[in-house]
Design a protein around this ligand. Sequence first.
Ligand SMILES: Cc1cc2nc3c(=O)[nH]c(=O)nc-3n(C[C@H](O)[C@H](O)[C@H](O)COP(=O)(O)O)c2cc1C
Length: 358
Amino acid sequence: MVLAPMAGITNAPFRVLCREQGAGLFVCEMITTRGLVERNPKTMRMIRFDDSERPRSIQLYGVDPDIVGRAVRMIAEEGLADHVDLNFGCPVPKVTRRGGGSALPYKRGLLRRILRAAVANAGALPVTMKMRKGIDDDHLTYLDAGRIAAEEGVAAIALHARTARQHYGGVADWAAIARLKEAVPEIPVLGNGDIWCADDALRMVAETGCDGVVVGRGCLGRPWLFKDLENAFNGSPERVRPTLGEVAGMMIRHAEGLAGCFDIERYAVADFRKHVGWYLKGFTVGAPLRRELATAESLDGLREGLAKLEHDQPWPPHTDTPRGKSGERSKVLLPDGWLDDPWDGAVPQDAESEVSGG
Ligand SMILES: Cc1cc2nc3c(=O)[nH]c(=O)nc-3n(C[C@H](O)[C@H](O)[C@H](O)COP(=O)(O)O)c2cc1C
């Protein structure tokens, strides 16, 4: 099982909480290859791991085979991680309009050059890739991209079974995961999209034949989901159903971890705000207290609010439902002429310059 890379979410404090629940891969936030090779201070901070984290997975975003190769070599030579994942799934307009993320696999030649450079520079480190089905239903790329990845020695492929156009809307097309598995039987295929509970993971494996699952939004405010997944894959029906008091304990540990990571407590507590609603999803908590928790300005303020929760309130029913981002896009922004030649290997210009988050 894999914790999906999520920008702004899967930093070390959150990964540690998820990793305690079971064995798997817990991938860091997306890092730009340029930020890494230039040793941008923010990027270097983002690839810090907790001492307890093994194996360490870094996800890279890059469009230039030369820079991707240098970034991967730096990770391998300096022992910065144990596994490198390459991002070809980002649907954000500022990324796709420059030819990066989910736009890139359309250029089969360029994709091949990037994968080749990554694998050639990785030494013993496994290189995996994460992608979407394609740009939209008329421009599907995942089967070609899967074959290219297999030919270039990629260790595993994760498929988020949506197109870039779908963004996070609609329902993930698990049949595409099954088709990819058939197309590249020689390497592991990891299925991704709409796993909201452990039974969804079992169903995805049964329906698609995938070799593993990648879980994103389902674990927001719910690190325990990884324990459920481990139980489910081990054939146990046991599921973790924390009381509100136990949830509060996890919330404060999460916020304290962020405080250690951000150095400035106020920033950490502000960053934690987005997690509050996810942790409390389904519980009966009045609007004033929710507001107090979501606007706390210090760890003590957060602790005071959490102390007011009804600690013995049981885990609510019906929480295995979508959480986090949703919604479609009307169109995918692409560079001019991007769709003209799918086999082109040219590197798009400035595709890394505007990508935030390292
Ligand atoms: C807030 C957020 C940030 C994300 N950031 C990344 C990222 O940096 N790299 C990536 O490959 N996918 C990213 N994703 C996509 C997820 O990894 C995953 O593919 C997607 O959420 C579908 O899986 P799910 O249905 O389990 O959430 C992000 C998703 C969310 C919700």
